[in-house]
Design a protein around this ligand. Structure first.
Ligand code: ZN
Length: 257
């Protein structure tokens, strides 16, 4: 499932291939993925340009030259690509650009969402999103997490507290910080949470630098060893899997306490 680093790489990709180019054709796919009608999308996009691209949490927000924003969420399996020939299967939005190629939003499982927003601030408010994980201050992070009534993993994945972290990166942060996922968020000391904030930024930066390609991450990372029984990259323990909050959760019971 695309989390902050994946969406950041789509954002950078989109900026490099699509900005400032006039859209000559708009094609839409499944109605399930579109939160606005196909005709609304066409009205905003056709013969206009994408003027900017930014990310908030797991959402991509592209500025349109008519002043509105095109928002995208990638659900479980979505991604953004540039198709030079035929658009791939499961394309739900395709924008034809001058050179003939198409910027395509692909989402096989249809859990992603596409919409039009008036402004980034209004969008973030409407979706109830907390500050972006790359932007949130240490103090704000510690306050929000310690005020959460539930597990630390649940707090990290709660988009209303801090936006951008999902299942894989919450596991990674807790693994690197030596904390079990079910530890109660409100019981963690502020000092620990501030250290966790630094770890979160370091991990996300590493992931972004590696274009979210998990096999390129440093060897000690959990992301490349998410398999029951694989060796821990930090100690001599073995990785375990359990279901926590309905999500497959990987951790090392030897060094995570
Ligand atoms: Zn370990």
């Amino acid at each position: 499932m695309p989390e902050l680093p994946e969406v950041e790489s789509y954002c950078r990709y989109c900026s490099s291939v699509a900005l400032g180019k006039k859209i000559s054709k708009v094609k839409t796919g499944s109605r399930k993925v579109l939160e606005v009608s196909a005709s609304t999308l066409r009205r905003h996009l056709l013969h206009n340009k994408l003027s900017s691209c930014k990310r908030h949490g797991k959402y991509l927000l592209m500025g349109i030259s008519d002043g509105y924003l095109l928002s995208m969420h990638f659900g479980m399996s979505g991604y953004l690509d540039y198709a030079r020939e035929e658009a791939p299967e499961h394309t739900h939005l395709s924008l034809t650009l001058p050179a003939g190629g198409e910027l395509v939003y692909v989402c096989p499982r249809k859990f992603g969402r596409i919409s039009i927003a008036e402004s980034a601030d209004a969008f973030v408010k409407e979706k109830g999103l907390g500050p972006d994980a790359m932007e949130i201050s240490k103090k704000d992070f510690a306050e929000k997490i310690s005020g959460y009534n539930g597990s630390i993993k649940g707090a990290l994945m709660n988009q209303g507290l801090v936006a951008g972290i999902g299942n894989v990166y919450s596991d990674e942060i807790l693994y690197q910080e030596g904390l079990l996922p079910e530890r109660k968020a409100s019981r963690l000391e502020s000092k620990k949470l501030k250290k966790m904030h630094s770890a979160m930024k370091r991990i996300l930066n590493t992931a972004i630098r590696n274009k979210a390609e998990r096999e390129e991450f440093p060897a000690r990372y959990l992301a490349g060893r998410r398999q029951e029984g694989s060796s821990c990259g930090i100690c001599s323990g073995k990785i375990k899997k359990k279901i926590h909050l309905g999500r497959p959760t990987y951790f090392c019971p030897n060094h995570q306490k």
